[in-house]
Design a protein around this ligand. Structure first.
Ligand SMILES: *Cc1c(COP(=O)(O)O)cnc(C)c1O
Length: 362
């Protein structure tokens, strides 16, 4: 994996080093920046920035809704961390609330415990499984009875794609089951969809379908989508009204934020093509790496064979030698095939990975 960090590709006449520490290092394109220059602006705390309001229209407009998140309303906020905090606090409006979430999630591990530090919300982490899910049976088991000794289970959070688990897209069937169980238990579901578009492209499912049962969703425009700043919360109109209050108290009420939102809108508009391209490039790099490894292995094998041959020649007859060579070749080919399969599997995982090591990111 670390080998890739030094990968240099020819880009027209320029040699370019591809920085793969995180998709947060992505820069806005010229076209994206141009949208900023002509964006109509106003004071968004007064609700008067037309460009920021376009983000609402994005989610309001029936045609867009069909292809996006399928929620009533949306809110532009400065970061994904703030988006998650606002959503958790918005759902856990009463004191003594508890949230069920995976123990490898961004909210639990990488947001300074903000939900507890600032919101007084009690986290109930469940062990994340290797595919980013957790046991739904366990989720049901830890659900609190109405008992004065206990906090009140008020929310379930899932993360899609799951960053720390390797950027994996959560299996849709599991997402649906969590949604069904939440409804049954009467709690809302929040989806930290910082990279929801990656999951959508990987699974070939519209983003809306991935968050069908969610009461709130966070998407980051500042990760793989390439915008410099911002996240969008999508939820019901009622929830967004509450989210606006929370955004203000957290210091996230911005003024002429259309400067930023314009690039976010561009990023969302081009999300699918950007991510499809990203995944294609990832596959190219991975294949290149496989070929490189195979070449190195082949050279090593040839050297080994030559050495063996030399020794054998002095000790054995030509006939024996021929037999042994055939056997060796067969073995080598088999080994190669096994290695190839193993590598392809590794590569698949790499493709799914959002290339992000959160530790490096923050
Ligand atoms: C990056 C990320 C966030 C936080 O976004 P910031 O804009 O960096 O605060 C939240 N959740 C996940 C899964 C992330 O990868």
């Amino acid at each position: 994996m670390f080998k890739f960090f030094n990968l240099i590709l020819q880009d027209t006449q320029m040699e370019r080093i591809i920085d793969m520490r995180s998709d947060t290092v992505t820069l806005p394109t010229k076209e994206m920046k141009q949208t900023m220059l002509t964006a109509p602006l106003g004071d968004d705390v007064f609700g008067e920035d037309p460009t920021v309001n376009v983000i609402f229209i994005f989610f309001h407009c029936k045609k867009k809704v069909a292809s996006l998140l399928g929620k009533e309303d949306a809110l532009f906020v400065p970061s994904g961390t703030m988006a998650n905090l606002i959503c958790v606090l918005g759902h856990c409006w009463s004191r003594g609330s508890e949230v069920i979430l995976g123990d490898q999630t961004h909210i639990f591990l990488f947001e300074q415990g903000g939900i507890a530090q600032l919101g007084g919300v009690h986290p109930r982490p469940l062990p994340n499984l290797p595919d980013g899910t957790f046991s739904i049976e366990l989720m049901e088991n830890v659900f609190r009875d109405n008992n004065i000794h206990f906090p009140v289970t008020s929310l379930v959070c899932i993360e899609n794609t799951h960053n720390l688990i390797g950027g994996k897209a959560l299996p849709l069937q599991w997402v649906d089951e969590v949604g069904r169980k939440c409804k049954e238990l009467g709690v809302p579901l929040h989806v930290d969809g910082a990279r929801l578009f990656n999951a959508s492209v990987l699974l070939n499912v519209p983003p809306e379908r991935l968050v069908r049962d969610a009461s709130s969703v966070n998407i980051c425009v500042s990760k793989g989508l390439g915008a410099p700043v911002g996240s969008v919360i999508a939820a019901s109109h009622e929830f967004i009204e509450r989210a606006k209050r929370l955004r203000k108290v957290l210091g996230g009420g911005m003024r002429q934020s259309g400067v930023l939102a314009s690039m976010g809108i561009y990023a969302i508009d081009h999300a699918t093509e950007t991510i499809v391209n990203d995944h294609k490039n990832m596959a190219l790099i991975a294949n290149e790496a496989i070929e490189e490894t195979e070449e190195t292995e082949a050279t090593e094998e040839t050297e080994e064979t030559e050495e063996t041959e030399a020794t054998e020649e002095t000790e054995e007859t030509e006939e024996t030698e021929a037999t042994e060579e055939t056997e060796e070749t067969e073995e080598t080919e088999e080994t190669k095939e096994i290695e190839k399969t193993e590598e392809t599997e590794e590569t698949k995982e790499t493709e799914e990975t959002d290339e992000t090591k959160e530790i490096e990111e923050t």
